[in-house]
Design a protein around this ligand. Structure first.
Ligand SMILES: NC(=O)c1ccc[n+]([C@@H]2O[C@H](COP(=O)([O-])OP(=O)(O)OC[C@H]3O[C@@H](n4cnc5c(N)ncnc54)[C@H](O)[C@@H]3O)[C@@H](O)[C@H]2O)c1
Length: 331
């Protein structure tokens, strides 16, 4: 199938593009490279350097290709910035996808796969998190994702849009062959920050909060391998044939990993010490977030290949060791 991948030069999108190719699909990427990397897009994949909120530019892409599905990874993802500059987040994460959805529907494309987030649950009512828990985001980033989920429901009703919305937990790791990996600027994710600190390329890792009600006092999160995320997305294609289909899935391993455990995994895998400093809790960080992904497993036959932190860190380390400056080493 020909698949439009919006945000396909970013971390998760670029890994998904490779998984799409491996599964025999034909990805076409649109990305304005505000955060992504041209070098992350697999060779020979058609690439359009455009903003998916630009209706005229999108129109040209849809005129050139007949897409079966649109996958939407593009968004701004910095929680703190979403609090200080919500307009920027509503514009890019809600208004721009409106244009993308309007254009695809106009061109008769009725299947959509959306990157949502566990941040839509806010402080979860219980753990592990199932899809039926109340969604009450505690920051504008999470709210913009929930707003798009609600827009998709409305379009399923009004236009027969079929969609799958995946609520990711903490995406981590890199392509197993070391070809691409995570390179955000600024980087806010624990594993690249810990590896960079161990390599002496970043400052000491700051651990926020050691007095949480968790076994070692640091936050618990659910790290899911980036290629496992992609495999779930592709598995969803087969479920979208019936117009008006509405699917919501958590994607996580269900294994809670503390910040200290993740740091220990980085030290073990790299053989390097991670310099650490301790800071007070950050406002808005829930003590624990981990998924019950039974629904994705049962309905999509999804089984994460990477079930624990160490093998995930091994893939990340292969990438960061080979490319300490990320895609700066690949241009
Ligand atoms: N990384 C995680 O742990 C995580 C967790 C939950 C949800 N998500 C969601 O997954 C998606 C992908 O995350 P990521 O870590 O790969 O982010 P990323 O920043 O690496 O990738 C996003 C890509 O979208 C592009 N983009 C953004 N706005 C655009 C626009 N208006 N027009 C064209 N391109 C645009 C960026 O240039 C970038 O390449 C995001 O929607 C994010 O909210 C990520």
């Amino acid at each position: 199938m020909k698949v439009l991948v919006a945000g396909g030069a970013g971390y998760i999108g670029s890994h998904c593009v490779r998984q799409l190719q491996a599964a025999g699909h034909e990805p076409v990427v649109v990305d304005n490279l505000v955060y992504g990397h041209r070098a992350a897009v697999a060779p020979r994949v058609p690439f359009h350097d455009i903003d998916f909120g630009d209706a005229a530019a999108l129109e040209r892409v849809f005129a050139d290709h007949r897409f079966a599905v649109v996958m939407h990874f593009g968004a701004y993802c910095y929680v703190g910035e979403s609090v200080t500059d919500p307009i920027k987040y509503y514009r890019n994460n809600v208004a721009a996808p409106l244009t993308l959805l309007e254009t695809m529907l106009k061109h008769g494309v009725g299947k959509f796969v959306f990157s949502s987030t566990c941040a839509t649950y806010g402080i979860p009512a219980r753990l592990p998190i199932t899809e039926d828990l109340p969604q009450a985001p505690i920051n504008p980033y999470g709210q913009t994702k929930l707003d798009v989920e609600n827009l998709l429901k409305a379009l399923a009703h009004s236009h027969g849009l079929s969609f799958a919305a995946f609520r990711y937990f903490n995406a981590a790791g890199a392509a197993e062959d070391g070809s691409i990996g995570e390179d955000h600027a600024p980087e806010t994710h624990l594993i690249p920050l810990a590896i960079g600190a161990a390599q002496g390329l970043r400052p000491a890792l700051q651990i926020f909060g050691t007095d949480y009600p968790t076994p070692d006092g640091t936050c618990l999160r659910d790290y899911v391998h980036v290629d496992d995320l992609s495999r779930a997305h592709i598995a969803a294609f087969a479920k979208l044939d019936k117009p008006g289909t509405r699917l919501f899935y958590n994607l996580g391993t269900g294994t809670p990993t503390s910040v200290k455990e993740a740091v220990a995994a980085v030290e073990k895998v790299t053989g390097l010490e991670v310099p650490v400093t301790y800071a007070p809790r950050r406002a808005g960080d829930p003590p624990a977030l981990y998924a019950d992904a039974t629904k994705a497993k049962t309905e999509l036959g999804w089984q994460p290949k990477f079930m624990s932190i160490e093998p995930i860190v091994e893939t990340a380390w292969r990438w960061h060791k080979a490319c300490p400056k990320g895609f700066g080493d690949r241009k």
